[in-house]
Design a binder for this molecule. Structure first.
Ligand code: HAM
Length: 422
């Protein structure tokens, strides 16, 4: 019969005990470490549904963004309502706090989960991928910017990320942004015959996005064009310098006035962290301030700033492994169920936090169970057969040291042996 395969660009993540460097392990460990960082910063968790009303993303991420234009997974449900698998988390968080009527409060939230974008899959780019995000709500421009960059520097440090640059820019306040967009339009309009279809469209709907163009011709033209920094107020330039100087010892930060983000809701400070170790898809996190979004979605006037991390990309860069616990393989060799032996394993599991105990449940031979223990990189095998059950002893085999003798330890003394394992 024909086998059913996973969808293009969607990965199964299957943990692998033996290979710490395995992609799934790296992703799971990275997620655990991120959760710890968020808790350290006293940020609360928020979990929103994967499916939302399609209009949410059109009104937030924006009609002119690539995400809404061509990457949404949208469907009609059984009631003919258009619903969409979320392509990102920010819009859902704001929808949720407006709905719960907490859009007048200050809050810090984190989330972690799958997102969906119908993109052309390649290394580091998937149609289902995982994001961890942070949204800091209710704080105007200032300390909240520092808090977000502090979280980014901490993540880089705890995961041992090297070759990373945090690019930062400011899109200006309402007035300066408008002035700059007008100047850009005025400059580009007479040259529009040299722009491709996509850039022409951007010029009409959201001129700032032209700066993000992949066309070499457009980039050449832009060299002569107006620069955003000439339009920024001193306050906006000051905040960029403040951020750069505050973290100069922790993170490599570069002010890049050509940085504009692919989502429409940004209003001020924006950033992206890139790494040369990632290849073409080099941004492993991005974000910025989005002070208008709450109002745009029908909520209160709520200043906000946030970021999201691409977990698969961050996991490729991460160097630190959290799960370095010693594995003990517990092998019961018997033709029938042995509750007495199982009870020992149950008890041992609660007495040493730095070890994991894997009870091999199948009724295979000792040889096959030892092979499995070796494959999983277990440090010890604890073996109980019919003879050991009678004599109330356990055989302890060290699997990492071929020369060590196996020990016979009584049921009574096994707890103190297990306690000592590091
Ligand atoms: P974004 O830049 O669209 O921002 O996505 C954030 C990160 O998600 C990217 O830097 C990248 O690492 C990862 N990512 C995006 N698309 C893919 C993909 N197809 N495959 C793998 N990884 C991907 C946002 O989503 C905003 N919501 C960030 C934000 C939060 N702004 C304010 N608050």
């Amino acid at each position: 019969m024909e086998k059913i395969q996973s969808l293009t660009g969607m990965m199964d993540l299957i943990a692998n005990k033996a290979d710490k460097d395995h992609e799934a392990n790296r992703i799971f460990q990275t997620e655990e470490i991120l959760r710890d960082v968020f808790k350290n910063y006293s940020i609360s968790e928020i979990r929103t549904p994967a499916l939302e009303d399609s209009s949410l993303f059109k009104r937030s991420v924006g009609d002119t963004s690539d995400i809404v234009n061509k990457e949404l997974y949208s469907f009609l449900d059984k009631n003919d309502k258009s619903i969409t698998l979320r392509p990102e988390g920010t819009a859902s968080v704001i929808r949720s706090i407006i709905e719960k009527k907490i859009d007048n409060e200050t809050n810090k939230f984190w989330y972690l989960g799958p997102m969906w974008r119908y993109e052309r899959p390649q290394k580091g780019r998937y149609r289902q991928f995982n994001q961890a995000g942070v949204e800091i709500l209710g704080y105007p421009e200032g300390i909240a910017e520092l808090e977000i960059v502090s979280i980014i520097c901490t993540i880089n440090k705890v995961l041992g990320i090297e070759n990373s640059i945090l690019k930062i820019n400011h899109l200006g306040n309402k007035e300066s942004k408008q002035n700059y967009c007008d100047a850009l339009k005025k400059f580009l309009m007479p040259l529009s015959s040299r722009l491709d279809e996509k850039d022409l469209q951007r010029l009409k709907t959201n001129p700032l996005r032209v700066l993000d163009s992949k066309s070499p011709e457009t980039q050449e033209i832009l060299k002569e064009g107006p620069k955003i920094n000439d339009y920024l107020t001193n306050e906006s330039l000051d905040i960029l310098n403040l951020i750069k100087n505050t973290f100069s010892n922790d993170c490599l930060i570069q002010i890049d006035h050509s940085l504009v983000r692919g989502l429409d809701y940004y209003t001020g400070f924006v950033f992206e962290a890139i790494s040369s170790s990632l290849g073409a898809q080099n941004a492993y996190l991005g974000g910025g301030r989005y002070d208008e979004l709450s109002k745009q979605l029908g909520g209160k006037d709520l200043p906000a700033i946030g970021m999201a991390i691409g977990i698969e990309r961050l996991a490729l860069l991460a160097k630190t492994y959290k799960d370095n616990k010693t594995l003990v393989s517990f092998i019961i060799i018997s033709s029938k169920i042995e509750p007495k032996a199982y009870k020992i394993a149950h008890k041992l599991r609660s007495i040493n936090n730095s070890i994991n105990i894997d009870v091999q449940i199948s009724d295979g031979s000792l040889k096959s169970k030892l092979r499995r223990a070796n494959k999983d990189n277990a440090a010890y095998a604890l073996i109980i057969g019919e003879d050991e059950l009678k004599s109330e002893n356990i055989i302890v085999k060290s699997l990492l040291d071929e020369n060590s003798e196996q020990l016979v330890i009584s049921f009574k003394d096994i707890e103190s042996f297990i306690k000592k394992i590091k």
